[in-house]
Design a protein around this ligand. Structure first.
Ligand SMILES: C[S@@+](CC[C@H](N)C(=O)[O-])C[C@H]1O[C@@H](n2cnc3c(N)ncnc32)[C@H](O)[C@@H]1O
Length: 313
């Protein structure tokens, strides 16, 4: 956290609203309005499936001309830069004027622009009666290549969900040590490594654990995948993620799921648990403090949901 001000905007499909709001709350402790968020916290938008742009504010003024004046009077300099008008919300009255406005700004900056491979991305935008000029960081969407990972199975999570779990576990603090204790083919681990975390995985099935390793090496990512029962883990982590094995509805399997949760609380203070059913009452019975939770819809019809629970001991 610092004194700089950042503006972020988010984008999501209707059915992902809950998931997006949940992630933003975990990352920033804030709610967004009009899909726009103001905060002092710096997060790379590429760690999220929903954050689109981040502007680090340099100047904030009531009029566009005042922004131009400040750029000139304060002798703002940049090299190999590009200016982009970024509409932060759908009702932005300047949509369609972006090129003209960016050019006006660019002409006042001392230094050489570069349109092919800019080293410095600058942005101008307008929101709720104010103009903002600042450094722009955009989601690079490179993580979408993980969708083509060589191995997957029907109960694997989507990459978007994987990213949200990483952010819920770490709150955006890349120094946190994370573990995915039932990692399957490694969807969550891929997103963790991509975002720069020290993350490892455990998987009880040797075959599936091997697929997770192969998925990681496909992207030349490094993370340790241990084949074994997570109930034997003894090391302590900042947060544990558990995407519980489901498709099993017998009482016996429910017991096994709770054994996993009960062990997880011994290996981290913060637990991110993914379930197919609502386990709120049972979590309370087990005296696990629910910090936040989210019901994420799988499809637009909402016919298959997953719950994400953030619990602390
Ligand atoms: C729902 S899947 C996880 C899917 C994973 N998130 C992905 O996207 O690939 C649950 C996984 O937990 C594994 N598992 C079940 N019991 C386990 C245990 N006691 N310790 C470690 N892994 C376990 C299963 O083999 C299964 O691969």
């Amino acid at each position: 956290m610092n004194n700089d001000q950042y503006i972020y905007n988010v984008n999501y499909n209707v059915q992902d609203y809950n998931l997006c709001a949940f992630e933003v709350s975990a990352l920033f402790d804030e709610k967004f309005e009009d899909k726009v968020l103001f905060t002092n916290k710096e997060v790379d938008p590429s760690v999220s499936p929903f954050l689109k742009n981040r502007i680090k504010v340099i100047y904030k003024e009531k009029t566009f001309n005042e922004i131009l004046e400040r750029i000139m009077t304060e002798d703002f300099r940049a090299s190999e830069f590009m200016v982009k008008y970024v509409p932060m919300y759908n009702r932005d009255p300047n949509i369609g004027q972006g090129k003209k406005l960016s050019k006006e700004v660019g002409l006042r900056i001392y230094g050489y622009p570069s349109f092919k491979s800019p080293k410095s991305m600058l942005s101008i935008t307008y929101y709720q009666d104010y103009w903002y000029f600042g450094y722009l960081k955009q989601n690079n969407y490179k993580w979408r290549s993980h969708k083509q990972k060589p191995y997957s199975f029907s109960s694997a999570l989507g990459g978007e969900m994987g990213k949200v779990l990483i952010n819920a576990a770490s709150r955006g603090d890349t120094s946190k040590r994370l573990i995915d204790a039932c990692c399957g083919v490694g969807t969550v681990i891929l997103e963790g490594v991509f975002a720069g975390y020290n993350i490892c995985g455990w998987e009880i099935s040797p075959k599936v654990a091997e697929l997770a390793r192969q998925n990681l090496s496909h992207y030349q990512y490094h993370a340790k995948i241990t084949t074994g029962d997570m109930k034997t883990i003894t090391e302590y982590y900042d947060a544990v993620i558990i995407d519980l094995p489901y498709n099993n509805f017998s009482h016996y399997d429910e017991e096994k799921q709770w054994d996993i949760i009960k062990h997880a609380r011994h290996i981290a203070k913060r637990m991110i648990i993914v379930t197919a059913t609502d386990i709120k009452e049972k979590l309370c019975e087990e005296q696990l403090k629910i910090v936040d939770y989210c019901r994420a819809e799988k499809t637009i019809k909402g016919d298959f949901a997953r719950y994400i629970w953030i619990c602390e001991n």
